[in-house]
Design a protein. Sequence first.
Lengths: 487, 426
Amino acid sequence: MEAETWRFLPTDFALKSHLTQRYGANFLPADMTIQDWGVSYDDLEPHYTEFEYLCGTSGLAGNLNGKIQDGGNPFEGPRSKPYPTPPQKQGYGHMLFAAAAKRLGYKPFPQPSGNLSESYTNPLGVTLGQCSYCGFCEWFGCANYSKASPQTTVLPVLLRKSNFEGRTECEVTRINLDSTGKRATGITYADSSGEEYEQPADLVLLCAFSLFNVQLLLLSSIGAPYDPQNGQGQIGRNFSHQTLSDALGFFAKDKYNFNPFIASGAIGMCIDEFNGDNFDHGPLGFVGGGYIGQVQTGGRPIQTTAVPPGTPAWGPKWKQALKDNYLSTINSPGACHASMCSYRDNYLSLDPTYKDRFGRPLLRLTIDLHDNETKMSAFLTDKFAEILKEMGAKQIVKRPRKGPYDVTEYQTSHLNGGAIMGDNPKNSALNRYLQSWDVPNLFVVGANAFPQNAGYNPTGTVGALTFWAAEAIRTQYLKNPGPLVHA
Amino acid sequence: MPRRRPHLSNFACALLGTAAILALGPAYAAGAIDKQDFGQIERGRYLAIVGDCAACHTLPGSGHDFAGGRTIETPFGQLVAPNITPDPLTGIGAWTDDEFVDALTKGTGRDGEHLYPAMPYTYFTKITRDDALAIRAYLNSVAAVHNEVKVDQLPFPLSERGGMAAWDALFFTPGEYKPDPNKSADWNRGAYLTEGLGHCGLCHTPKNVLGGDEAGEAMKGYNLQGWFAADITDDRRRGLGSWSVDDIAAYLKTGHNRTAAATGLMAETVNLSTSKMTDSDLKAIATYLKDRARGQSDQKDFAQEPPPADQNSMKSGAQIYADECSACHSPSGKGVPGLFPALAGAPIVQQTDPTSLIHVVLRGALSVGTPPAPTAPEMPAFAWVMNDDQVAAVVNYIRNSWGNSAAIVGSGDVRKERDALRERSD
């Protein structure tokens, strides 16, 4: 939505083995169900690059073929190519954060952005424009062709292909299987009037949003539904979210003018010292982490305005406080953008009560925050607050993520897991190529494949996995349809 | 020239079908051409693309190539393009080759009646007989579709075709293209395509009150169907003078070049015709257009200072431009190559007739997508955002900034255009 386009860390893909090796098996809570992905950073690296070049991602390399680059993220995995476009320009507040972080010994770098710093023509021949920093990126479409999204990168070419047909206002209601239950024969979909059609297919690619992918698997009786009581079954297992927190920084209005309305969806300066396992968790009693940054995406009315605690919620005093603070507040929602591990009791299942317009059970999300995440969030929020202090904030309001999980507080749309990838059918729904273990002519593409979530926005990794799966389909599956991994 | 008075030549379609509709005679009169000669048919297919026959003779979305049925708007009333598939009853399957060639190059129907010049026989007359027969061979090879079309929907007295004989006498110079031995082969090929089969002047040449091409005004631009088909002389300000041969060829091939993007009627022409032409033919057309009137076009106002516009209007135009236009077209009017057209130095914004610019501001514009330039960016409409004064102000600012210079547009001009566009469903 905002177009942050990150790569996960190499250790993120081997999380369980890495943490076990470094801290010992007993370091991890008993109900934590994190595991390795079955795919490595090195496997995905060319596909991260493909995705970035499709999107025109703006950023500064931190590790180019193993050589650390000044100004980039020194913790990132080695990349084979620099970003296709230079980083976005940064606002005053973002640069102030970078300067303070540097004084504290960190290595700040520009957030990789799908809002482009300059116009760019991707390898498909589609041209994107330069971001105008209008500050209406988060939550909105881009009228300037400056934000990488399907309609600005792929669809113009796809729609022109003679062998492509898109059917709009249709919804797939189930995946159909043959009598063995091991082969998809196609899908059934409904149009806007509710009439159902069957579309036969040799190969089915399930590419809906992560939650709907899982719902369709459950509704189509593909794989065994997860049972939290005994931990059996793969569909619905290892559901995770993102642990978001921040702190507000109020600055003296006569000294600071951040012009917060000049921004973009993925503008920002970040540090990665406290992400993944870039720091020693031994003394801290938790695992995981996230990037920390001044990533303020705009100064839009109401939604992104903040007033100091104690201000009345309405009336002239609120108006005066808003006026006093609008230009001089650092309000960086998601300043601490942290991981969320998977747990035995966080899962997806079909709802026993509520049904959709077709009479199908809705998907039920069962989730709560665990101590590991709340400890991590408190730690990261403190680190961000220290940087705000170094920037010169006169008042800081820390807002670490706390349990119980509250669905009324926005904490990203990054909903992951439920049909995860892995190295064998006993611990995953999909093999390393996102192919269903149960129905080999079905591939399930999306963040549902994440065994747990890392401390980054998921889009870059979803894009890399998509290219990775597409390559496997093209170069392996189509030549010899069948399971690409033999369990 | 009084633009809104009736004239005859903006018809974009022929009445080839009329005779066939009436024909009850022998089902098929075989021509002398070899129907099985793939080379001939393939050449004809290409020439039919160059001539953009499908623009009028294929009803978009019908799935029936060349079966007619598309309504052709003319200032005098409506015509419907006839069926030119080989169907013997409702198409042209029963026509002889000579009848076909005569219709194409002389504007006469099967029974000797006169066609309306919406069918551009005034241009097609330059086509060689070989090329005409190749087109015929191709049309013989397409699927025959039984589709009876009532072509003639003009009001009396225009419905009387007899009047066309007098019109032809005034405005029609028959005769095949004669190469100029002093010019290159490229130039001659370009002239043949531009003045003949490509019939560029049908839209781009001003018409007199009777709809004939205005003498001495070839390619200086013409107002039709809610657009001003731009000046494509070598004029440095309004024409193609600032474009290179490669710029013109790229525009025709891809719908875009380093500064411009095709929209409206030209987008359709690029889509159906020029994007499918060979690079060498496009280069030939570009070579010819750059050279055909070199030195003849009006260059005297190129260095002219912006006219003494209402400075308040220019100021508000600058403000509107900054708020509404500059994010894409850039503060300096340079745009983004391949995405957002440049306005600085752009001929299209400096036309004598500002119709197209006003049209784009009011209605927005969808550019054309082609395989080499698939993006097809779209500009939003501003009719609901700006009143007539504001549109006039921003249009005047665009027409007279960054070295641009063009006549001032009044809010009455915008009102007229707004009213006209309200009536248009396209």
